[in-house]
Design a protein. Sequence first.
Length: 299
Amino acid sequence: MPTQANHGRQAPLIPAGTATDVALDAAGLTDIGNHRDKNEDAYLIGTLQRTMVVHEATVSADGWFAGAPAGTLLVVADGMGGQGGGEIASRTAINAVASYLQSSLTWARPSAATGEQRDSLNGVRDQLFSAVLAGDETVKTAGSKTDTPRMGTTLTMALFLWPTVYVAHVGDSRCYLLSGGKLRRLTTDHNLAERGDAAGKFGHLSAEYLQSILWNTLGATDELPRPDVCKHELMLGDTLLLCSDGLNKHVTDQQMQTVLVSGKTSRQCCARLVEMALDDGGTDNVTVLVGQVRPTGER
């Protein structure tokens, strides 16, 4: 049975005051798997929102002022490194990325005059890129203070700014989009098996070995990560799936599509996908995040 669960709830995709009432039914689930002694995966689902904590004031205040929601963030990270380093790396990276984005919300601020999102979201890609670099630096700093200086992690995140989703990605955790009943992968695995020059340089090695070697991670090498950042337009009824490779090692894309099409809630989809990975062997930690785009109030 799954060991850790977050039984998601609807989270706003767009700032308050916009004309379209859209929400994200999001949930996450992680499991240690059948063969590992610890879970080095980590995940986060949250609404980015600028706030101010009031310590003293001559005006009436309940302790804090909350700004309008500025987007919903889904992140999954799969850590690597002995002696607990992977567990530290994945959680450190997610905390660093979320903190960085929380402090750079000006690019997602709605117009005061119209209440609508600015037509030009200049800086979103740059901020996501910079957030990944901040995560890399933080992981390396944390590693230098432990017995695992080469600990590292994958990181895949989706930032919803309705009707757009931005995806930033390093490593071999994945992001999929189900739209119109069809599932497609939005990310490319950063391992030697899917690297363009792999055939000529590493053709003598097995496909399984090539899949296990990541060339692009946070924290594990002296090089800076090279995140892929892309954006996609969403429609009502679309579903996003983020997962660590513990899922796709055991569950095919076609099986994922069937579950996402038939699942009534994100919670049900997560539970079913994790169950399928475990039933097929569960050789690795498995983490699944599902976000369904729905009209507000629909269950």
